[in-house]
Design a protein around this ligand. Structure first.
Ligand code: 3HC
Length: 280
């Protein structure tokens, strides 16, 4: 059975770990044992809900949970066949992590990053064997969303891409392939739309509720752009807009000043219980 390492036990990391446990064993790592266990407990809670809704039985829940080990020790990834990093969205943090992974993991282990918009080539810079470094980008909520973007750097090998493709398919998800470029495909389209919704709100064109209703009923989106920003996290939306703006150099990617103010106010969406909407 495949062994999948997941780094970061937050919203995305724990979701990816749960998705990956459908197909293999998972080592879920965070900076300490406590945080890793919090991620494990979040998975347990979601699986309990699935049992209550009679989608899975208790035996299946126990089987999935039994495949996931939580740890605060990065060296536990030495047994992994594939690692997916979903840690802090900070280039320096990721570069350092990948340099360590280069030493800890076997030479055959695929090293994937779930970065939303950072340069995978830069993340891979200090890793021996950069042909095995690749973007593996899941969407929130990771257990539900069917798409995974596979992002290739100029150095990623064909063999690595093929292996990642079969791994994604084994999770019941659909991969698409993208060349490395800021925001890849989905975030390049989606986050500027969210940014535009924030501009509409700040200009007083319509209320937050009406902007979201407009896109749900007028464009058949499952949720409105402002509720989606709250789900993704306003800090993440801002970081992606800043990357698009910096890397692509066009004014159309300028982050909405009100988005910046919301982040400065600590109103980050669901995770702080307040964003454009109230979740308290
Ligand atoms: N976490 C985990 N599971 C969740 C969830 C969450 N935050 N919200 C809802 N779900 C689950 C529910 O438990 C339910 O699962 P079940 O059917 O197995 O019980 C299922 O999703 C459907 O939920 P609901 O019936 O309550 O609600 P909806 O039908 O409205 O679906 C939704 C909720 C799936 C979140 C849907 O509104 C949706 O698809 N929204 C758009 C999400 C999206 O666009 N995500 C991409 C964001 S961009 C991104 O992640 C990239 C990153 O780099 C920024």
């Amino acid at each position: 059975m495949m062994i999948v390492g997941v780094i970061g036990a937050g919203t995305m990391g724990s979701g990816i770990a749960e998705a990956a446990a459908q197909a293999g064993k998972v080592v879920l790592v965070d900076i300490d044992q406590g945080r890793a266990e919090e991620g494990w407990q979040a998975i347990e809670k979601r699986l309990n809900r699935q049992v209550e809704r009679e989608r899975i039985d208790v035996a299946r829940k126990d089987e999935i949970l039994g495949r996931i080990t939580a740890t605060g020790d990065l060296t536990d990834l030495k047994v992994a066949n594939i690692v997916i990093e979903a840690a802090l969205e900070d280039l320096e943090v990721k570069k350092e992590l990948f340099a360590s992974l280069g030493k800890i993991c076997s030479a055959e282990c695929i090293l994937g990053t779930n970065t939303s918009a950072l340069s995978i080539t830069a993340i891979a810079a200090h890793v021996p064997g950069s042909e095995r470094v690749v973007g593996i980008h899941f969407f929130n909520p990771a257990t539900i969303m069917k798409l995974v973007e596979i992002v290739r750097t100029p150095f990623t090998s064909q063999e690595c891409l093929e292996k990642v493709k079969s791994f994604i398919e084994s999770l019941g998800k659909t991969p698409i392939l993208a060349e490395e470029s800021p925001g890849f495909v989905v975030n390049r389209l989606l986050i500027p739309m969210i940014n535009e919704a924030v501009l509409l709100l700040a200009e007083g064109v319509a209320s937050a509720e009406d902007i979201d209703t407009a896109m749900r009923l007028g464009a058949n989106h499952p949720m409105g752009p402002l509720a989606l920003a709250d789900l993704v996290g306003l800090d993440i939306c801002l970081a992606i807009m800043e990357t698009l703006h910096k890397e692509l150099g066009e004014d159309k990617y300028r982050p909405a000043p009100f988005l910046r103010k919301m982040v400065r106010a600590g109103r980050l969406g669901r995770k702080t219980k307040i964003g454009f909407f109230d979740y308290s």
